[in-house]
Design a protein. Sequence first.
Length: 459
Amino acid sequence: MDISNINSVYFIGVGGIGMSAIARFFLSQGKVVAGYDRTPSELTNRLVQEGAQIHYEEDVNQIPSSCKTKEDTLVVYTPAIPSEHQELVWFREQGFEIQKRAQVLGTITRSAKALCVAGTHGKTTTSTMLAHLMNSMPEGCNAFLGGIAKNYGTNYILSENSPWVVIEADEFDRSFHHLSPYITAITSTDPDHLDIYGTKEAYLESFSHYTSLIQPGGALVVHEGLEMKPRLQSGVNLYTYGRYTGDFHADNIRIGGGEIHFDFISPLEDIADIELGVPLSINIDNSIAAMAIAQLSGAKTETIKQGIASFRGVDRRFDFHLKSADRAFICDYAHHPAEIRQSALSIRELYSNKRITAIFQPHLYTRTRDFYQEFADSLSLFDDVILTDIYPARELPIPGVTSQLIADNLKPGMPCTLCLKGEVTDIVRQRCNDIEILVLLGAGDLESQANEITDIMKD
């Protein structure tokens, strides 16, 4: 695919966080951008404001005429789109060039030095933090992110003359196998997406294959203790990192007064008194990975210190909607048992003497089926749980797989309320006077009720 020969780009699933970043790239290149998504959202509204043509019904007749000439139109789709989608079927029958999002991202980024972050969890925050560090350098950076960076209000950063591009490397559907990283970090390899991979061993193998794609002269920065075995080309440097040990690690960690400070220990150059702009303990690990890649890419000490201190986080990643002396409401994208466990531990660290209530919307029937016991174990770290029905995303229901599986395996005596998504705000309203700390967890659509819940908590 030669981007210069493309006039129009049509996206099927344009409202996805990763797809919308690529749509913005093509808009910046002066291409005609159009697409379909199931429902309007803040992301689709912003794309429309920037010039994209978007509709929300599966209808070939609504595809703009500018996107119906196969000679100069590229069709991009996300794996979450079913193969029988009417528009996707039409484009296939007409012989259009059709590529997955990851293929396009790989093509876009091969002409630059790709700084990638992969992992079951932590990759969005770490890649966004890295993009902020790199964008603080004189040459800036380009970035395709899996979340809205609060510092920029977008998931896409453009710096036309920069040699660097920061990419969140997604393992779903083996998408990251289309990339050619120059430097990459791997944050975690807890098994996930077993509907795609089938087994834990196949999941770990996908990360091993990913490491074989790192360009000679580049580097792998991998979290200590991962089961995945790197498979590196000759000329690729291997580094480890961790909170307390590894080639890159923290020392002299100080947590208190709502702040986290530590010293960054590095084989390149130690940096004293790092201050986390988002003071959560998990961000110690995330920042170490981001700082390691930034250092390996030439970022200077003062740039790194200022960048980490000024980082404001990512929407829906431990996002405070309400924070006062006696109560708080947090939204967190955590949708894997390990992420929920870390979220619970982080909240406990901040509010050790408060009662913590979690609202959790399970994401995918297959993930619930594969990990319901692990979900129950993690949710049992809270004091009270409200469980909604499962968010299906791309899946059809699986007989016998409901949120009840999680509820039945919570620790004995654990308070739990099962409800439909539409009943959540009423439950919060009924219990509001008794709720001290409330966290909304999941990757589904429950976050759309966050503003209403915030108003209830305030009132």
